[in-house]
Structures are given as structure tokens and as C-alpha cells.
Design a protein around this ligand. Structure first.
Ligand code: NAD
Length: 490
């Protein structure tokens, strides 16, 4: 049994209360770890530490290249330990090994990307009016609170920690209470590479206590949150007290639009990948499939045929293509949505049940599920289910596809499949979403900004945009002829 502790001021500590929380393997329901269950007081310890570390300049005043070297060292160690971290991510989250392997490789690349960014040209200069020269420089925001969900436990952590540290901030990081295992490994590496004490801190515990304290504390300058839209709203309110800077990466109900002239098998393949990769627990999942009338029947038939072949099992079986949902509570939420879909009058085309055969009865397995005959106002069409549940909508022309695609409160992602390049770009330009794909769905790159329009969030992760989110911008006006203005007479 693993024992997971918090990392504050360079020390591994128990919760002040001594409380722990059981962490379960979602494939079996077995307890795999006991995690320190922090509370408000523990969060305050970590925040205070990060504040002192920031104000001391111990990190922000290091040459950028030196901070970059720390990030490169973290990347190297993550890579060296990747086999074990992959295994632990699957054990904790349930996702198939091949997905954990992808996440860990991407986390390594993310640290390397930001290690590079930090030494690249930055800032601006303006020759304003004689004798003045204006410089624009970027500085760290200060203490950053970083709060992440359970669907990509390590990767979501790294998307925040790498740019925040690169830019010279100090951090208080909180993993999801459901999946704290790989964050422990990451902080053990942060410790090993010798990042100065107090710069990087990790607290664990529940959102409404530990998470809320991070969002509320006046000692925290910025909060960067990834999670559900309802929580995002609460974080925004909590952050208002000291006008914290906020970045929010929230939910989605993203449309995947397939026109009749699309490459048929490619579109089917990505429709599957869009919704059933990572058990559908993907913020950018293509959870609404929009099909053009003339290919509707053929496409749906082929999709159902392929869906029924998806191999479901424990994530640690290399043959598994789809693992369990992350927790019993989440599985129950997804199953409730499936019941709701039936009550709303949608047609359940395939799936819809918990899987209990072949030794899967102790885990949280749900069949890949597809609904048709849906109407735009149904909850299963509007709400993020965050599981392997696809709704299929039908359209007859480009204008209708665009209208349907934009018809939810979310605006995270969207995709278009067509062999007509002009049509693809016309449609994409009308999508009110921050992440879009043409003839593919779901790939993400460290170089490109990630984030949503509408209620899918504020700000962007990754790329130079993601780096800028962890900086403040300062103008420095320099007088090159030092003499009085004479504005007021002597
Ligand atoms: P969640 O909002 O319940 O929790 C996310 C994190 O916030 C957890 O660490 C949790 O402890 C914490 N939290 C909960 N209540 C809090 C509060 N009141 N104050 C401060 N912190 C609080 O989300 P989840 O169920 O863990 O994850 C699923 C959600 O995450 C989905 O909606 C998904 O779309 C979203 N997500 C978005 C992205 C993105 O990039 N846009 C990526 C991954 C997941």
C-alpha cells in the first residue's frame, strides 16, 4: 500500500489533522494508497511557504537558463522513470497503458518545451517620443495556485507546473483527491533535482476546503484551474477577493461535423477516437456527432459495428482499448445520464449498461454508448457527461451544421470532416470554439494554445500563450535626457 504525503517547503508532511483518504484502483475497487487528507490549515502552510519563497527572489531572480536547466532535469528523470509512472497512472486513473504512456511522454515534452521557451526572445521596445525609450518586460505573477482534475492526472499537472515554474513563479499545486498518485512521483522528482525549498509545494485534499482556500487566499496572486464549469464559477467568485488573475480550462460538449464528401473510414475512425478515447473522460471529447443526411444511415451502421468491437477491460492489460471510469461516483453519474437520455425519448442504439461480466464486476466499467433521435434541448445533448456516451445529430446543409454545432453553452473544441478545403475552413471559422480540427479529432500539441470560448473557460494553456498566462507585463519608460520638466513654475 502506498502512503502519499504532501510536499511543503521541501518536506514530505502528513495532514495536520493526521487524516488520510483511500485511493482506489477503478478497475477493481481495491485500495491502492492512503493519501494525506489536507484541510484549510495545510493549504495555508503551503501558501505561506510559497509566498515567502517568491518574495525572497530565490527562484524568480535566477537566470532564465538556470530555471530551464531544472526543467530539463525534471524531464530527464520523468523519462527515466516513465515505465513505473505509466503503470501508476493506469492503476490510479484506470486508463489503458497505451494512453498513460502517451500522457507521460507528452509531460516530458512539455517540460522540455517550456525549458526552451524561457530563454527565447521576450519583451518589446518602443521609441515613443524623444527623449523617451519604452521597454516592455514580462515578470512572474507571483504565487500561483494550480488545481487540476482526475482525467489526465500527470499531464494536467505538468501543463500548469512547467510554464509556471519556467516563468519564475512559486506554486501551490493540488491534484484531484481521486488521483493523487503520479503527482507524488512528480514532486519526488522536483525534490531530487534540487528546486529550492518552498518554490514548488503540493497539498492534497478536497476541493471545497483545500481548493477553495487556494482560490480565496489573498497571498495567492493567480489561480489556474482545470475542471468542471460549475467549479470554475466557484473559483472565479473565490478569486474575486484580491482580484486574482485566473485561467480556467473547463468543460465541453464538442461537435464533430461529418459532411457527405468526407473520407468515410477516416471520419468513422476519428468519431470513435473522439468520444471513446480515455473512456470519454476528455474535456475536448467529440461528444456530439453531426452527420449530413445523405450518409447518416451508412455512417451510423458502421460506427455501431466498430463500437461493439472495442475491447474493454482493466487498463493494465495491454489488449485493453477502453478502461473503467475513474470512480464509482462518476460511473453513477454517467449511468444516470444514460437513463435520462432514455427518459427524454432518445433512441439508445448501443451500450447503455454497466459491465459486470468477465471479472469486471468490482470495477467501474460502462459500455460505449450511442444515442440517436435526439433533439437540441435534451440534457444529453446540452450537458457534458464526461464518459463514453455519444449523441448523434443529423443536418442537411452547412448552415444547419454550424447552427447545431454552436448550440450549447460550451465552446471548447470542434472538428470538421470534408474533402472540400474551402468548406472546411468556412465552417471552422464559424465555430465558437478555441480548439478545432480538420479531418482529425483530439490531437494536441505543446506548441499550440489550448482553451475555450464561452463557458469552456478563460485564457489558454500551452504554447507561448500558456506561458504568458503566468506572467505580468510591465512597461518601463526611460528618460534619456535627465532634466526637469518645467511643468510647474518655480
Ligand atoms: P472538478 O471541477 O470536480 O474538480 C477539479 C479540481 O477542482 C479537483 O482538484 C477538485 O478537488 C477541485 N475542486 C472541486 N471543488 C472546488 C472548489 N469549490 N474550489 C476549488 N477547487 C475545487 O472536475 P473533475 O470532476 O475532477 O474533472 C472533470 C472536469 O474537468 C470536466 O468538466 C472536464 O471537462 C474538465 N476538464 C477540462 C479540461 C480543459 O482543458 N478544458 C481538461 C481536463 C478536464
Amino acid at each position: 500500500m502506498m502512503e502519499l504525503n504532501m510536499y511543503i517547503n521541501g518536506e514530505w508532511v502528513h495532514a495536520r489533522s493526521g487524516k488520510t483518504r483511500e485511493v482506489l484502483n477503478p478497475a477493481t475497487g481495491e485500495v491502492i494508497a492512503l493519501a494525506a487528507e489536507g484541510d484549510v490549515e495545510d493549504a495555508r502552510d503551503a501558501i505561506q511557504t510559497a509566498r515567502q519563497a517568491f518574495d525572497s527572489g530565490i527562484w524568480s531572480e535566477l537566470p532564465a537558463a538556470e530555471r530551464g536547466r531544472y526543467l530539463l532535469a525534471i524531464a530527464d528523470k520523468l523519462e527515466q522513470q516513465s515505465e513505473e509512472i505509466v503503470r501508476l497512472e493506469t492503476l490510479d486513473n484506470g486508463k489503458p497503458l497505451r494512453e498513460s504512456a502517451f500522457d507521460v511522454a507528452d509531460a516530458v515534452a512539455c517540460f522540455r518545451y517550456y525549458a526552451g521557451i524561457v530563454t527565447k526572445p521576450d519583451g518589446q521596445t518602443y521609441h515613443v517620443s524623444d527623449p523617451m525609450q519604452t521597454l516592455v518586460v514580462r515578470e512572474p505573477v507571483g504565487v500561483c495556485g494550480l488545481i487540476v482534475p482526475w482525467n489526465y492526472p500527470l499531464l494536467m499537472a505538468v501543463w500548469k507546473i512547467a510554464p509556471a515554474l519556467a516563468a519564475g513563479n512559486t506554486i501551490v499545486f493540488k491534484p484531484s483527491e481521486v488521483t493523487p498518485v503520479t503527482a507524488q512521483k512528480l514532486f519526488a522528482i522536483i525534490d531530487e533535482v534540487g528546486i529550492p525549498k518552498g518554490v514548488a509545494n503540493m497539498v492534497m485534499g478536497a476541493g471545497p476546503t483545500v481548493g477553495n482556500e487556494i482560490a480565496e487566499s489573498h497571498l495567492v496572486d493567480k489561480v489556474s484551474f482545470t475542471g468542471g464549469t460549475v467549479t470554475g464559477r466557484s473559483i472565479m467568485r473565490a478569486a474575486a477577493g484580491n482580484i486574482k488573475k485566473i485561467s480556467l480550462e473547463l468543460g465541453g460538449k464538442s461537435p464533430n461535423i461529418v459532411f457527405a464528401d468526407a473520407d468515410f473510414e477516416t471520419a468513422v475512425d476519428y468519431a470513435l477516437f473522439g468520444i471513446f478515447a480515455n473512456q470519454g473522460e476528455v474535456c475536448s471529447a467529440g461528444s456530439r456527432l453531426l452527420l449530413e443526411d445523405s450518409i447518416y444511415d451508412r455512417f451510423v451502421a458502421r460506427l455501431v459495428e466498430r463500437t461493439k468491437k472495442i475491447r474493454i477491460g482493466s487498463g493494465d492489460d495491454p489488449a485493453t482499448e477502453m478502461g473503467p471510469l475513474v470512480s464509482q461516483a462518476h460511473m453513477e453519474k454517467v449511468l444516470r445520464y444514460i437513463e435520462l437520455g432514455k427518459e427524454e425519448g432518445a433512441t439508445l442504439l448501443c451500450g447503455g449498461n454497466r459491465i459486470t461480466e468477465n471479472g469486471l464486476d468490482k470495477g467501474y466499467f460502462v459500455e460505449p454508448t450511442i444515442f440517436t433521435d435526439v433533439t437540441p434541448e435534451m440534457r444529453i445533448v446540452q450537458d457534458e457527461i464526461f464518459g463514453p456516451v455519444l449523441v448523434i445529430q443529423r443536418f442537411s446543409d452547412e448552415a444547419e451544421a454550424i447552427r447545431m454545432a454552436n448550440d450549447t453553452p460550451y465552446g471548447l473544441a470542434g472538428g470538421v470532416f470534408t474533402q472540400d478545403g474551402a468548406k472546411a475552413l468556412r465552417v471552422i471559422k464559424k465555430l465558437r470554439a478555441g480548439i478545432t480540427w480538420i479531418n482529425c479529432f483530439n490531437p494536441t500539441y505543446n506548441e499550440a494554445p489550448w482553451g475555450g470560448y464561452k463557458q469552456s473557460g478563460i485564457g489558454r494553456a500551452l504554447g507561448t500563450y500558456g506561458y504568458e498566462e503566468y506572467t505580468e507585463v510591465k512597461q518601463i519608460n526611460i528618460n534619456l535626457q535627465v532634466q526637469p520638466t518645467g511643468w510647474f513654475e518655480e
